[in-house]
Design a protein around this ligand. Structure first.
Ligand SMILES: *Cc1c(COP(=O)(O)O)cnc(C)c1O
Length: 410
């Protein structure tokens, strides 16, 4: 979002024009930023055959998928429904990696029938997979290297008691299953969470995967998942992509040499690709002064943006309607019957009823985690592309809330 002549724009389009046309609350995504993020990440890995599989749980609007498909991305999916949306968006089945957790074998079988690339993260499932498909269908194995990513346990999925992956200490057991059924293991995978600060954590995990790779001789790729941290506020330490790219590329080249073959290097970025491309625009309903706080109450809440409540996440908030106003301190809260604070003690330019606030970094896990709590309608989504704001999801209507309710004659 840019400020020029007291006017905020996203991708060159005036924020106020977007609100005038599509109303608030509305999620707005800047397609140019999405594309730039994709290429910045891809280009950071030099001299290796890198493939990005966009983790579409971050933002699964079909138009965003189509945009990334056009740029050459693959897809990482965690449910059959995501994979089906991926197919509809034009991805080939083999470009779609299916990385579920705790799903029944039916869903794995369906994924095989669809032709998806399969990632298995549990020994029992691996055995079933072997007994049903033998060597006829390749699979990737998700390992848990037990490294901690960042300090926030909500988004660390590599620690010892995590439900994700098969422990790296169980490689001998994996090998026995693989050998018994002749399973073709074509990749090894790890994903340790969303908060990795630097190359060191990645490289520690990578090293463990390289060691494990020596036990599998039909590998075609190594998948290091995601964990690229993005900047939420000034002063945040973020992943240095160039540094990480260089160091991982170098270590991967070494690994390929010792493995004896050039493998593909996969990543599954979600947040990194779409987070800072998204803004959530909300409108101020009330400004309420209490004994200690001034609340700005907006026409949205945790039903539309859950991250502040769920992860204690910080999202920058800007009053786009009053760029030159004096600054005051506000707590920005939602209209849900919960204490759904979107931002505590924020310095905003003076907030008046009717003002539009832009909540930054909401491209990832914003709309995709939204709900109908309090029977509120989900907002519209807009994609700014080629200097135009395109509606890519209609705002819900009351009929949508009732569509699947079965009304009895009571
Ligand atoms: C969520 C997830 C990702 C994406 O994580 P980000 O932090 O959004 O980049 C990648 N891989 C898997 C398996 C995931 O579950």
């Amino acid at each position: 979002m840019e400020l020029n002549n007291a006017r905020y724009t996203i991708g060159g389009v005036s924020v106020h024009d977007i609100v005038r046309e599509h109303a608030a609350p509305v999620y707005v995504y800047d397609s140019e930023r999405i594309v730039a993020n994709y290429h910045q990440l891809k280009d950071a890995f030099k001299g290796v055959n890198v493939k990005l599989k966009y983790a579409c749980k971050a933002l699964s609007n079909i138009n965003v998928l189509k945009l990334l498909k056009t740029e050459g991305s693959g897809l990482d999916t965690v449910s059959i429904q995501e994979a089906r949306i991926g197919l509809k968006a034009g991805f080939e089945a083999k470009e779609i990696l299916f990385t579920p957790n705790s799903v029944g074998f039916d869903e794995i079988r369906e994924a095989v029938n669809m032709g998806l690339a399969i990632n298995i993260d549990e020994l029992g499932i691996l055995e079933q997979f072997g007994s049903e498909f033998g060597s006829s269908v390749p699979c990737c194995i998700r390992l848990n290297p037990h490294i901690m990513a960042g300090g926030n346990s909500h988004i660390s999925v590599g620690h010892i008691d995590s439900k994700f992956g098969i422990s790296i200490h169980q490689v001998p057991h994996i090998k026995r299953i693989v050998k018994n059924y002749g399973i073709h293991v074509n990749g090894l995978h790890m994903h340790t969470g969303s908060d990795i600060l630097d190359a060191d954590v990645f490289l520690r995990g990578a090293k463990l995967l390289y060691d494990a790779a020596a036990e599998f001789d039909e590998l075609e790729f190594m998948d290091f998942g995601s964990g690229f941290k993005v900047k939420y506020k000034e002063g945040d330490v973020t992943t240095d992509i160039e540094d990480i790219g260089q160091r991982i590329s170098a270590s991967f080249k070494e690994f390929c040499k010792s493995y004896g073959r050039e493998l593909e290097l996969w990543f599954e970025p979600g947040k990194y690709i779409v987070s800072d491309a998204g803004y959530f625009l909300v409108q101020v309903n009330v400004v309420k002064q209490t004994t200690s706080t001034v609340f700005a109450g907006v026409n949205s809440g945790q039903n539309h943006l859950l991250r502040p409540m769920m992860y204690d996440a910080y999202h920058k908030i800007t009053n786009v309607s009053n760029p030159n106003g004096p600054e005051r301190i506000y707590s920005v809260v939602g209209y849900i019957c919960e204490s759904d604070t979107l931002g505590y003690d924020r310095r905003l330019t003076e907030v008046r009823i009717g003002d539009i606030l832009a909540i930054s970094n909401t491209g990832a896990y914003g709309f995709s985690m939204s709900s109908n709590y309090n029977s509120r309608l989900r907002p519209a989504e807009v994609l700014v592309k080629d200097g135009k704001a395109h509606l890519i999801r209609k705002r819900e209507k009351l009929e949508d809330l009732l569509a699947n309710q079965v009304e009895l004659d009571i």
